[in-house]
Write a protein that binds this ligand. Sequence first.
Ligand SMILES: *[C@@H]1O[C@H](CO)[C@@H](O)[C@H](O)[C@H]1NC(C)=O
Ligand SMILES: *[C@@H]1O[C@H](CO)[C@@H](O)[C@H](O)[C@H]1NC(C)=O
Ligand SMILES: *[C@@H]1O[C@H](CO)[C@@H](O)[C@H](O)[C@H]1NC(C)=O
Ligand SMILES: *[C@@H]1O[C@H](CO)[C@@H](O)[C@H](O)[C@H]1NC(C)=O
Ligand SMILES: *[C@@H]1O[C@H](CO)[C@@H](O)[C@H](O)[C@H]1NC(C)=O
Ligand SMILES: *[C@@H]1O[C@H](CO)[C@@H](O)[C@H](O)[C@H]1NC(C)=O
Ligand SMILES: *[C@@H]1O[C@H](CO)[C@@H](O)[C@H](O)[C@H]1NC(C)=O
Ligand SMILES: *[C@@H]1O[C@H](CO)[C@@H](O)[C@H](O)[C@H]1NC(C)=O
Ligand SMILES: CC(=O)N[C@H]1CO[C@H](CO)[C@@H](O)[C@@H]1O
Length: 885
Amino acid sequence: MVTLDFAAPPGLRALSLLFLSCLINTSSAGVLQPRDDVPAGYVSAPYYPAPHGGWADDWAEAYSKAVDLVGQMTLAEKTNISSGVGFFMGPCVGNTGSALRLGIPQLCLQDGPLGVRTTDNVTAFPAGITTGATWNKDLMYERGVALGQEFKGKGANFYLGPSVGALGRKPRGGRNWEGFGSDPVLQGIAGAQTIKGVQEQGVIATLKHLTANEQEMYRMYNVFQPGYSSNLDDRTMHELYLWPFAEGVRAGTGAVMTSYNAINGSATSQNAYLINGLLKDELGFQGIVMTDWLAHISGVPSALAGLDMNMPGDTMIPIIFGTSYWMYELTRSALNGSVPMDRINDMATRIVATWYKMGQDKDYPRPNFSSNTRDREGPCYPSALISPTCVVNQYVNVQADHKVVAKQVAQEAITLLKNNGSFLPISTSAHLSVFGTDAQADSQGINSCTDKSCNRGLLGMGWGSGSADYPYIDDPISSLKRKASNVTYYNTDSFPSVPAPGKDDVAIVFITSDSGENSYTVENNHGDRDSSGLAAWHNGDTLVQKAAAKYSNVIVVVHTVGPIVMESWVNLPSVKAVLVAHLPGQEAGDSLTEVLFGEVSPSGHLPYSIPVSEDDYPASTDIITFALGQAQDTYTEGIYIDYRHLNKAGVKPRFAFGHGLSYASFELSDASIASVTELSMVPPARPAKPTSPVASLNTTIPAASEAYYPSGFNRIWRYLYSWMDQGDADKAYAVGQSGTEYAYPAGYSEEQKPGPTAGGPNGGNPALWDVAYTVSLTVTNSGAGNFSAKAVPQAYVQFPADSPYDTPPIQLRDFAKTEALAPGASATVTLSLTRKDLSVWDTELQNWVVPPGEYKIWVGQASDDLTVVCSTETGSCEAGVEGPV
Ligand SMILES: *[C@@H]1O[C@H](CO)[C@@H](O)[C@H](O)[C@H]1NC(C)=O
Ligand SMILES: *[C@@H]1O[C@H](CO)[C@@H](O)[C@H](O)[C@H]1NC(C)=O
Ligand SMILES: *[C@@H]1O[C@H](CO)[C@@H](O)[C@H](O)[C@H]1NC(C)=O
Ligand SMILES: *[C@@H]1O[C@H](CO)[C@@H](O)[C@H](O)[C@H]1NC(C)=O
Ligand SMILES: *[C@@H]1O[C@H](CO)[C@@H](O)[C@H](O)[C@H]1NC(C)=O
Ligand SMILES: *[C@@H]1O[C@H](CO)[C@@H](O)[C@H](O)[C@H]1NC(C)=O
Ligand SMILES: *[C@@H]1O[C@H](CO)[C@@H](O)[C@H](O)[C@H]1NC(C)=O
Ligand SMILES: *[C@@H]1O[C@H](CO)[C@@H](O)[C@H](O)[C@H]1NC(C)=O
Ligand SMILES: CC(=O)N[C@H]1CO[C@H](CO)[C@@H](O)[C@@H]1O
């Protein structure tokens, strides 16, 4: 298999690009025909035209300004801002062309979801999965605020996050950890909270990757093979994979990034049904749709399918020469009449409107860092042959006090799975023996592997473009040594010879499981955990077993990207406590030890299930393997992933979704249910879709002269320009005037449509978010254990038993985290269920339908610990009951 390493250090990049080009030029193979076609029945239907943006009330002002401005743009300016100027052609991972004449600068797009990537003086926040495990909506938001401030401080216009796709369908999926957990509601809420926090700072959030991007291997289109095709039905799309995108659009995300893979055989960057249909018409998305990096594979078709921005600008192959499907070619496509000016106007307006919406027209800083070098000065255009030198790094420190929120997230995520005999917390005077290389930061340097493409020392994040550099690491061993009086550290993953322990001695064993992006292979894992599976890395399971054979008191701390199977040790009597600390980022030390020593009670809950065996999951969620041609990934399990599947199959996990122990114990009581909005079976009619101001822009093909290179213009080699050579422009214009028709796809149309029944601005029909019921209850810290602690009540819906729709036994719909409750203290918590929460997606009606009958709303502290049930039929609730699963 050819691995395309697009994140190599700069020197190597040019070489590997060159190598790649040679490989391709000498290859006679060309594109191999797919051996396995998309399975019968999976079709991506045509959906045209691309809906205009600019018809949602809260975007009206931004669009009004944008239409004024775009009305003054030349064609070359419009096509300039809708594409990147080339890979490594500026300070950020993506840099758009500008329209400086009208005050639109080049925009800086920067990775990644947990911090500003490849630069210094930033905070390395806990990963998405860690954030999800806090189940704390306020903290999700606060982390977003801090991230937004750091991106803005570095002059990045776009935050390339949050990630809600991968959703976590495949336990081995490489990038699940960038998102928030294997449930659409948890992803949706955490994503939306992040977007709000980031965008309130003026930074454009980029919700990604749309969608069904559930594995890393075989994801990319290249000359040998198309990216894999995720084949999924319409209901699964709506109820699982599109759900968090709908929530993010509702939260106002300014941008959405498509994925590398195809859906139903059509690449997501040019899938008209996905972009025009689902995202822009049904979800009423008003912002910018961009490609993932080098995922752009066509010019005209992607424009017609609703794509607005091409990143980083180049065609994937041969990237070395500086060619693009857009820029020059998009200008040509407009002049020759193939891409209607209406579409070009809409793209440009969406971009400018989003920029206005976030207030970036007012004193927004320019990039003051370089993701290409740490030197103060460097080439302004790193991938050009010859480049002038610029001051590229100003080392702006953007960390402020963000370590406080970073630590809080890391700490509130810590999930206590087992605590036999209330073994934890322990005393700082205990005799501690600590095992595992994960307890200490990488001694070769905390950022010594590019994009964290190694698992050495503390595992604070996974690898790839979703990583960031650590400014420092507060590692567990330093923190343990600061706090405890007698700590012996064995910095090894093979159990060493140790003196005979006393019966009260405690062993703390640190183990890991890592994954990341397919651009790197780490210990034979190609992004996904294809090699390690769900076993701990570095023989961690053996390390725990050996420690458990020697010591009577073992605490296991797991830093992991996702579920690991713990069966070989979890029930050993000397394994007293197990803590999953997820991926804590820089604040790995005190966040953990304060829990171990009882300064704080743990309050994290699992954002996925931990199975007894990996075989407990459906086989269709295994990593798909190599296929000649396009690999097919068919979602035959439908809506049954993670706990939805386990519950349906009647398989008990080792630890259920939502599980997490506390040092306190909580009682849920005084529950009541209130009906807020009377529900009809289908929602009230959507509001009519008004005409967008984009329609007022001039749609006549402009004079070719709008596209000419300025005379005497000095081009930088490999830089992507939207201007054209005069001869080419004139020729294209002539084609446009000749009426030569482009071979438009089936179903093509240029007439704006009223939009689907289920559609509406900002996420869909607004009635879907009407609150149908609220459930209120009292959460009381019973006082046992004498600890102040936070509780996480979770609400799951059970659909009517006689519903004609097959639905999972229970599905998460809302959750809350209380303040720390002192022993004996209580809090009142109200959880809400919207119309959408009580609906199924009816594929025939193409609408959200509320099946009539009795709904049960279950509330508890884990999906398998639901002690309160409310009925929509009786309007009453009961506490102290047995849960349904
Ligand atoms: C994929 O095909 C299925 C089955 O025909 C269909 O229900 C679904 O809407 C299609 N999805 C997309 C994005 O084309
Ligand atoms: C496109 O953007 C580049 C980079 O900012 C700029 O040099 C060029 O002048 C822009 N072209 C147009 C047509 O404005
Ligand atoms: C970089 O950011 C800092 C602080 O956000 C700002 O003061 C500075 O002007 C920026 N640098 C540039 C070149 O805009
Ligand atoms: C117009 O230009 C685009 C981009 O080069 C090309 O794909 C398309 O086929 C052209 N259309 C016509 C009618 O020649
Ligand atoms: C530290 O603990 C070890 C046992 O793990 C014990 O042998 C030793 O005496 C202790 N040292 C002190 C200073 O308490
Ligand atoms: C819990 O500890 C008791 C002894 O204190 C032991 O008998 C039992 O096996 C342990 N249970 C588990 C699940 O480890
Ligand atoms: C629309 O654009 C065409 C081509 O540039 C121009 O000739 C025409 O005058 C414009 N129409 C209006 C109303 O500005
Ligand atoms: C409970 O904890 C508090 C503070 O940690 C302590 O002052 C008090 O004595 C404890 N009460 C009991 C009954 O242990
Ligand atoms: C305050 C701070 O951490 N400054 C650092 C910013 O980055 C430069 C270059 O890496 C360091 O030298 C500074 O110490």
